[in-house]
Design a protein around this ligand. Sequence first.
Ligand code: ZN
Ligand code: ZN
Length: 157
Amino acid sequence: MSEVFPAPAVLGTDVIGVPQGEELSLDVSLESLSEGIWVSGTVSAEAVGECGRCLDEVRQHVDTRVQGLFAFNDSQMGDEDEESEDVFEFDGETVDLEEVVRDAVVTQLPFTPLCRPDCPGLCDQCGARLAEDPDHAHDVIDPRWSALQSLSEEKES
Ligand SMILES: [Zn+2]
Ligand SMILES: [Zn+2]
């Protein structure tokens, strides 16, 4: 089964994710087992987020494997010996691919997306984008000097 469909909901975190409606390319096969349906394949999509330093838009291509067992309610669930990570509940009728796709995509996303690895971020004084203005700086006057400066200004006037 190979198809492209819009993301049913945002797949991701607060800072980055595949937006709702964004195309998801899914290529999976479903295999019927005695304990449920085994799903395996790949998914690819474009995640959109915000740079953690300069707040610019970040786009990241996600291409990852998806796999999971949709187990019948009365079989695998609660069996501590089995790997429980990739086991989803199966009502016997529909396989909710959204769940397995969400799990696969979210684990591929960075905790702190960056527009580029060396993003300099924003000036902490005025919020200017340092990437656009590498020499950006403020004349920082040491408070002790500024006191002297105001004294000398007073004398002059
Ligand atoms: Zn950035
Ligand atoms: Zn500044």
